[in-house]
Design a protein around this ligand. Sequence first.
Ligand SMILES: [Zn+2]
Length: 250
Amino acid sequence: MAVQKTQGFILKREDVRETSLALTIYTRDFGKLKLISKGVRSPDQRFVSAYELFALDDIVFYERKKKNFFLLSQCELINFFPKVRESLERISCAAYFVELLNSVTQLGDKNFKLYELLLNCLELLSGKASPKRVTRIFEIKLLSLLGFMPGIKSCVNCDRKLEKAKSRFSLSLGGALCETCFARDKNARSILAGTINFMSHIADLPFDRIRHVKVAGRVGKEVERLLKSFIGYHLEIRPKSMAFMEKIGV
Ligand SMILES: [Zn+2]
């Protein structure tokens, strides 16, 4: 592979030996890549913005023969998202976005829409939008783009149209059940019509129209609980940053 240029977000950084860093970067043109950056940890460069979590960088890299990583030869900061870093609440949300994206993607799987989603959500998180709301948007759009969206448009068992006020949500079956199918999962719990509406809207609407979708407190709480358990159950992941968010009440 010749020398390549692209842009990408730092998803993860690990120290390697004395002076190098192993970086996992979600790139615009190549999907997720693992790159080694040599000589970046000298004492006077202990803090380099471009290598910080969720920084967006211009990068130049090339393939290391017979190795499963790339060598990073240039890394220049495009956006540090300083507004996000001013608040612990917003930082923890951004850390969750990159951890979740890292958990659900494979190296080299290119998906421009995932790249764009992270960019849009970090920009939204840099403004006045509630961090909780941006987090729900990120989760729903991510599940939707990956094809893991909970079945909420029709009954997951019989495919009949749902009477929203009489639906229940089955975690194990991955979606809502109509009244006739309640017996398919005795653990299915009632679900608010507002929750179904909110999740469908977010999944369907283009990003620039999402910021106008309102959510009531009760619905917001239910969506949060539902997505947390859905991600844990179906994607089998429980990001560390999610536990931290719970601790600080995000
Ligand atoms: Zn049914």
